[in-house]
Ligand binder design. Structure first.
Ligand code: HEM
Length: 204
């Protein structure tokens, strides 16, 4: 059996609940580390950043599923929803840490930050876009919207990824390489997507 066939049969064997459990484990683990001194001198900020980083990684992993199938024959399509729902869960944790632990429910301050701090504005815009995607990540919504409209709506994932990566660039005090790498990866995935779209139109 070649590598692709092996990955595909592994993909069929792994239940999605196992993926949920494994990829959710970092949440309690990092909270525990933050509470017990394992995350440096600013544990709340470190925790907030970690949850944002994992959320963005999961968004990107979700975007890799279609090109992996089309260009490499690796079929992990069963896990696309899992990755999307997990990404949204991490975004919610990221937001809850900001609201409760970072801003301590100071709503005036939060509104001011959303309006005046561009990186918060961008992060919030990405989060707002993610809400309809999370709400429609179920079979009933696909049936109600129809596959075409559903697919069109879920293209928002690209915008969320770009805004998330720009937000990541902007939270740094100086230009850092890591967020720029995320941006490049997202740009490549977007280009692949556009190419797939063109191929589809050419075939039609
Ligand atoms: C709900 C709205 C959001 C708020 C209020 C928010 C807020 C924050 C804050 C306060 C930080 C830390 C900044 C600092 O250390 O000074 C941060 C970092 C970060 N956020 Fe967000 N964020 C939001 C949405 C998002 C979204 C949608 C994504 C990704 C899709 C994201 C990904 C990240 C990443 C990757 C980091 C930096 C992680 C690192 O430094 O390793 N955030 N965010």
């Amino acid at each position: 059996m070649d590598h692709v066939a092996r990955i595909n049969s592994l993909g069929r064997a792994v239940p999605t609940w196992a993926v949920y459990i494994h990829l959710l484990l970092p949440v309690p683990l990092y909270f525990y580390m933050a509470a017990t001194g394992g995350m440096g001198v600013e544990p709340i900020n470190a925790l907030e950043r970690k949850m944002g980083e994992i959320a963005l990684q999961l968004v990107i992993a979700g975007l890799c599923i279609t090109p992996l199938r089309r260009f490499a024959g690796i079929n992990l399509i069963r896990f696309r929803r899992t990755l999307g729902v997990l990404a949204f869960t991490y975004l919610c944790v990221h937001l809850v840490i900001w609201v409760l632990l970072d801003m301590s429910l100071r709503w005036d301050q939060m509104w001011a930050d959303i309006l005046k701090r561009p990186y918060i504005t961008i992060g919030m815009a990405a989060f707002v876009m993610a809400v309809p995607l999370a709400l429609t990540s179920n079979n009933l919504s696909i049936r109600k919207l129809g596959p075409l409209a559903w697919r069109r709506l879920h293209k928002l994932t690209y915008a969320i990824a770009v805004l998330g990566a720009v937000h990541f660039v902007m939270v740094q005090k100086v230009w850092e390489t890591e967020p720029l790498i995320y941006l490049v990866v997202i740009a490549v995935l977007l280009l692949l997507r556009l190419q797939l779209g063109q191929q589809g139109r050419a075939r039609a």
